[in-house]
Design a protein around this ligand. Structure first.
Ligand SMILES: Cc1cc2nc3c(=O)[nH]c(=O)nc-3n(C[C@H](O)[C@H](O)[C@H](O)COP(=O)(O)OP(=O)(O)OC[C@H]3O[C@@H](n4cnc5c(N)ncnc54)[C@H](O)[C@@H]3O)c2cc1C
Length: 493
């Protein structure tokens, strides 16, 4: 659905407005694009030498001389990522670089599930999945806590966050009384796919994700994948678009502090100072906190306290392996996994994108990527973690057990936002106490259900529209899945 938009009317700015956007991830790029399209003079400051942030890619080279783009790896582009797709259509109207996956299997040592072939109609998709899964028999269904399960169909922002934000996602999942195997196969993936551990994630945020991805999603759970490295198909073209729109794109510049003045803003970087009429702060959580802490003129005590409540969640690992032999025919491009220690998913990259396809065709090998999210504090010993991930791969794809690792890249990072129990009330929103400063990123509280890359793009659009609204300029239309679940109790206030 198209959301009601802010009120601004003029198609473009009639006076010169200089806006600095801080952070060149999806949120910052979305904000910069809309602002520049409406005639603002935009400077985009990005700390890294490439665009894209957590979805970005950087050049690397294998020992055999093969050049490739390394990333934080596999990203699923769901069909209900309406705002992200609106951004991406600006560089490719047909979205030709996105290819449909045929399946979304969940693999476990005791059996598999599949999200393929489900109806796109919410409710019917839940009914079909429940009916066809062997892990939920009639006797199990009788034991399920129906009122708790109904909350998955009853999402409404005020109700859901009011009732469930202080509960943990794990506690909520326990309360459903699903048999352990059904819980592992059907529910684990939702809890882990936003990087937060169940024991330290808000049950309301989990319910919001279930609503966004499943019970309010008319576009299906099977998603699209990029058929080339993200730098080639997304961020280099987006950089060109920003250039055409006249954005001054400065990479390799780290912002340290913001200074509020009577006549606007000064952005202090590690190189120089940049003046602006307005700012969009679109970095990741740690940088937002560091920049605000170093900016005493952002002197609203309660806003500073709300920024201070932000946290990053547990670390995650991405391990890309170049193997000397292929995986078995018929392996999925991407498979969620459960019941194999810390391993959360397996991607077979030669089935996804061209660089790996070329390497695999030339060498007869396979490029496999293993992800592990929400790692416990004590589980970040690299060698132990690698052993566990490899054991998980060998269990689910036994043909890899004898394979030699020809080359590898291992990333252990901790920069995804936490959605801890009780964090919703204080979570900062797009609007700040100052008309000329808007916040964007996948950690920002938004007035509609959303998650991950889509949340980042939508937050960027909303931040740009918030600034434009103050200048009476037309906002960017924003799209959302239904705001309320199909069985929600009451109309929103
Ligand atoms: C392993 C992994 C897998 C994922 N898989 C999926 C998926 O399948 N589907 C999905 O939808 N999402 C997925 N995500 C999440 C997705 O990548 C993020 O939600 C999204 O990219 C966040 O965008 P952002 O713009 O909010 O933040 P970021 O991408 O973090 O952008 C912030 C930018 O600010 C810059 N910055 C930081 N400090 C400064 C400073 N001081 N000065 C200037 N610039 C600064 C950073 O370098 C960065 O470029 C995944 C993430 C990871 C890590």
């Amino acid at each position: 659905m198209l959301l009601p938009v802010l009120a601004g009317r003029a198609a473009r700015l009639e006076t010169v407005r200089r806006v600095v956007v801080i952070g060149g991830g999806l949120a910052g790029i979305a904000a910069a694009t809309v602002l520049a399209e409406r005639g603002a003079e935009v400077t985009l400051l990005e700390k890294d030498s490439w665009l894209g942030g957590r979805a970005g890619a950087w050049p690397d080279q294998l020992r055999d001389g093969t050049r490739f783009q390394m990333e934080r790896g596999f990203h699923a582009f769901f069909r209900q990522y309406y705002n992200l797709r609106q951004l991406l259509r600006r560089i490719d109207p047909e979205l030709g670089f996105l290819a449909a996956t045929t399946d979304y299997p969940i693999l476990t040592p005791t059996g598999n599930e599949s999200f393929a072939g489900l109806s796109h109609a919410p409710l019917r998709n839940v009914a079909t999945l429940t009916w066809r899964t062997e892990t939920l028999g009639l006797r199990d269904l009788i034991k399920v806590n129906v009122p708790a399960a109904m909350e998955m169909l009853r999402f409404e922002r005020g109700h859901t966050y009011g009732q469930f934000d202080r509960q943990t996602a794990g506690g909520y999942l326990d309360s459903l009384r699903f048999p352990p195997l059904a819980r592992q196969r059907l529910l684990h993936v939702f809890a882990h796919s936003c990087f937060n551990p169940q024991a330290d994630m808000s049950a309301a945020e989990l319910l919001q994700m279930m609503h966004f991805y499943f019970t309010a999603n008319y576009d299906g759970l099977v998603f699209d994948v990029a058929n080339r490295p993200f730098s080639d198909c997304i961020f280099t073209p987006l950089g060109r678009l920003l250039d055409r729109l006249g954005v001054s794109l400065r990479t390799g510049v780290s912002v340290r502090a913001l200074v509020r003045r009577d006549d606007g803003w000064v952005v202090e970087t590690d190189r120089d100072s940049v003046s602006a009429d307005a700012l969009v702060l679109a970095t990741d959580v740690s940088a937002v906190k560091a920049i605000v802490a170093a900016s005493p003129t952002l002197d609203d005590v309660s806003w500073r306290a709300s920024v201070d409540t932000l946290r990053v969640t547990n670390a995650f690992a991405v391990w890309r392996l170049w193997l000397d032999r292929p995986v078995a025919p018929g392996r999925a491009q991407f498979a969620g996994t459960a019941g194999v220690g810390p391993l959360d998913n397996i991607s077979v990259f030669e089935l996804l994108e061209d660089e790996s396809r070329d390497w695999a065709a030339r060498t007869g090998g396979s490029v496999v990527e293993l992800h592990a999210y929400a790692l416990a504090a004590g589980a970040t010993d690299t060698e132990a973690l690698k052993r566990e991930l490899l054991a998980g791969l060998h269990t689910l794809y036994p043909e890899t057990a004898g394979a030699q690792i020809v080359e590898e890249r291992f990333l252990l990072r901790q920069d995804c936002p936490a959605f801890a129990p009780g964090s919703y009330a204080a979570r900062p929103e797009t609007v700040t106490p100052w008309r000329g400063l808007a916040l964007a990123g996948d950690f920002v509280k938004l007035p509609f259900p959303t998650a991950l890359m889509e949340r980042a793009a939508a937050a960027g659009f909303l931040a740009a529209s918030t600034l434009l609204d103050a200048w009476n300029v037309a906002p960017e239309p924003l799209w959302s899945v239904a705001l309320r679940g199909p069985a929600a109790w009451k109309k929103p206030a």
